[in-house]
Design a protein around this ligand. Structure first.
Ligand code: BGC
Length: 361
């Protein structure tokens, strides 16, 4: 991944025109002649709560604020449905299409088709490898993984773990983000495995980030390791919660640190309960705002300079990569203060005491 001078192209810093990192021209003329209408395809509603509770909400807010027409649909982890939705959106006259691909193959087919019909395209959150999106809007995903690796290491130290066995529950093998997360946590943990400070335990990728399957996989990992797993690098809160459910069955929850990502209500509650070590908060509002700003510009046939590109093979994809933040028990309050989740959602009766202790008022 090559980065431009600006590491973060925050919302509002996008400039019109410019010489670098602009989307290509295809589709611009066709788009400018039509009324802007933005189509968004979300991937599912089970691998993470974020898609329906955060992304949909913040994208809607951004489109409404800009006064543009939009159509947001969810493919529910069905690749055929994904393509059907895209076809319907293109026929329905969208001028820009934003996708969160289910895999690069079907994502590419959709992007290429949209492009051939003069529809502008954006890869939202997940980069479509070998694809043709004019922009990519996401977080610095290697940093997400690095924060998870550092978080696990911090929690293992706090537990006084000696030569801990660390298991991995990686994300979906078809999600480029999962590859980037792993590169990030490997950069922290592999040197510790190599120096024998830590012991590498079982490692599995969870197909489609399926939370139910993750529980089965983790149970097998625990059996394989004869019950000796001292830390779990789980790539998101859903996978983390799956591991925690099995640790609970074995009365190991709270003893074995587990990581996560997405600052979901469940993940934050697991942190407050002491069952999860940390999560990674990604301010989806900023991601939605940046993507919507680009989609609206593209829909009007304008170009924006993001000041940054990401390499996909030989292609430099103009990109916006936002900064993720590690969240521990004492900073759960920051996620609430940012309006990502509410105190009422997180601090239900069972968590009221823990919330008060964590300074959530
Ligand atoms: C996203 C994560 C999410 C995961 C499962 C990834 O591509 O970046 O935020 O937890 O997909 O939906």
């Amino acid at each position: 991944m090559r980065k431009g001078i600006l590491t973060i192209a925050a919302v509002g810093l996008l400039t019109t025109g410019g010489l670098t990192a602009c989307g290509d021209d295809s589709g611009d003329k066709a788009a400018s002649a039509k009324t802007p209408k933005i189509g968004v395809i979300l991937p599912d509603s089970k691998s993470s709560a974020r898609w329906e509770t955060a992304d949909r909400r913040f994208l809607e807010e951004a489109f409404k604020a800009a006064g543009v027409q939009y159509d947001i649909q969810n493919a529910q982890n069905d690749k055929t449905a994904f393509q059907t939705i895209a076809d319907q959106m293109i026929t329905g006259g969208v001028t820009a299409l934003m996708i969160v691909n289910l895999d690069s193959g079907t994502g590419k087919a959709v992007l290429d088709k949209a492009k051939s019909q003069g529809v502008a395209t954006i890869d939202y959150d997940r980069l479509t490898l070998g694809g043709s999106a004019q922009y990519y809007v996401s977080f610095d995903n290697e940093t997400v993984g690095k924060l998870q690796g550092e978080g696990l290491s911090k929690c293992l130290t706090e537990k006084g773990a000696k030569n801990p066995v660390v298991a991995y529950l990686n994300g979906s093998p078809t999600d480029n983000n999962a590859t980037l997360f792993k590169a990030g946590y490997d950069s922290v943990l592999k040197p510790k495995f190599d120096s024998k400070e830590y012991v590498k335990g079982p490692e599995d990728a969870v197909p489609a980030w399926d939370n139910a399957q993750a529980a089965t996989i983790f149970e097998q990992q625990l059996t394989k390791a004869n019950g000796k797993i001292d830390g779990v690098l789980a790539a998101n809160d859903g996978l983390g919660n799956a591991a925690i459910s099995i640790l609970k069955k074995n009365k190991l929850n709270g003893k074995v640190p587990v990581t996560g990502q997405d600052a979901s209500t469940e993940g934050l509650q697991n942190i407050l309960a002491g069952d999860q070590c940390m999560t990674v908060y990604k301010a989806v509002r900023e991601e939605a705002n940046a993507a919507s700003e680009l989609a609206i510009a593209l829909a009007k046939g304008e170009k924006k300079d993001t000041g940054q590109t990401v390499k996909d093979g030989d292609r430099d994809v103009p990109s916006v990569l936002l900064t993720p933040k590690a969240i521990y028990k004492d900073t759960v309050k920051d996620v609430i203060a940012d309006g990502y989740v509410t105190k009422e959602e997180v601090c239900t009766a069972a968590y009221a005491k823990a919330c008060a202790e964590a300074g959530i008022s």
